[in-house]
Design a protein around this ligand. Sequence first.
Ligand code: GLU
Length: 479
Amino acid sequence: MGSEIRVRFAPSPTGYPHVGNIRTALFNWLFARHNKGVFLLRIEDTDQERKVEGATKIIMESLGWLGMDWDEGPFFQSQRLDMYKKYAEQLVTEGKAYYCFCSSERLDAMRKDQAARKLPPGYDRRCRCLSKEQIEAEKAKGIVPVVRFKSPTEGQTAVTDLIRGDVVFENSTLDDFVLLKSDGYPTYHLANIVDDHYMDISHVLRAEEWLSSTPRHVLLYAALGWKPPQFAHLPMILGPDKSKLSKRHGATAINEYQNEGYLPETMINFLALLGWSLDDKTEIMNRQEIITNFSLERVSKTAAVFNRDKLEWMNGVYIRNLNIDDFTARCLPFVERGLPPEVKRPVDAIYLKEIAPLIQERAKTLNEVPQLVDFFFVAELDYDTIMLQGKLDKVQAVNVLEKSIVMLEQLKEWDPDIMEKTIRPLTDELGMKAGPFFSVLRVAITGRTASPPLFATMAVLGRVRCMERLKAALQKINS
Ligand code: GLU
């Protein structure tokens, strides 16, 4: 084992990776990249009951989407069962662990009794001192035992945490936890430390909720005669109401953010700030800047708050910073998916690129883009006459349309500046305010009262479509 930094992301495939999991992955990845170390991926799939089909695939795709590449793995704990068994048995042989034959009925009754008597839950150690003969007798009955660790019953175990300092646990609160289950699968505690040892993990960076498991791990390392890695427990992530972040606070699975049109750049920046900061004020940092500056010293002890408004704002910033080709390319799948079905597919990417600069400023997520651009694509607009007239009466609105049509038809060049110079004087001529006047044209051209700049929009839409729409509006109002 050298001085090399080696860290791991060790998710259990019991669900789709959520914001908290990915923040853990990110901090490990940043720590590895900052220190030119190794980031490895280990799938902790030892809980056969809670395993979710497809979760491993989504975990890997999410890391891929965010550009968090791993140097080693993926390793699967389910493929290393012999290894865990070997160490469980070694500990039994050395008298540091023992077979437990208690039935699940007995354990349930014990727990109920403890709850009724308001005692802390935990195994009552009935099998801790079985004699050789008793063990053989139980085995002869065909009962497959679990292996439990012999935790010390008194004294204290200290965990040295790089973020929290020394955290001391009373051994009396640690029960004789299971190492190996009767199905031959290890528990999290055993598999986790065997792997961290064999994979030469130098630092364990994980969520704060695992801190209470760490004294058990420290004791296990000692029992096996291994040097433990360094630990750093990352602060909790809370929802805006200051309770632990959960589904109640909206999307938590990371692929939902992808589907909603958040950029991976945004997510990296945003998640990095959930518990780490450069200087308490810098918000926008690209991936390389974060890698360069990342350190555990600036990871906070106090919980981070997940602020969705900030995420949206940040995504808008990243969207605006994309060059137009990149922005168009990223919009394309969302537009394909989100435009009304009658629009011809595949969507015209060259046309979309002309539209893109008109809406880039306004999109906070890529998912909003189809609604922002649909009027460029649909054959017919759907709006009602009331909206078209706006503050004007029918005669006035008809005037706006008729005069504009005449002027625009005479134009030799379909250019936004020329259109503007030609049309704007009509407001004086008709004695109207610019607002209501342009509103008629805007609704006729886009079908809505708010849109990108009108003449730039008309230039992209093209002469033929614009004239058709103005005439259709006129017909609509007259009918
Ligand atoms: N499998 C655990 C999890 O799902 C790993 C915890 C750890 O990093 O030790 O988070």
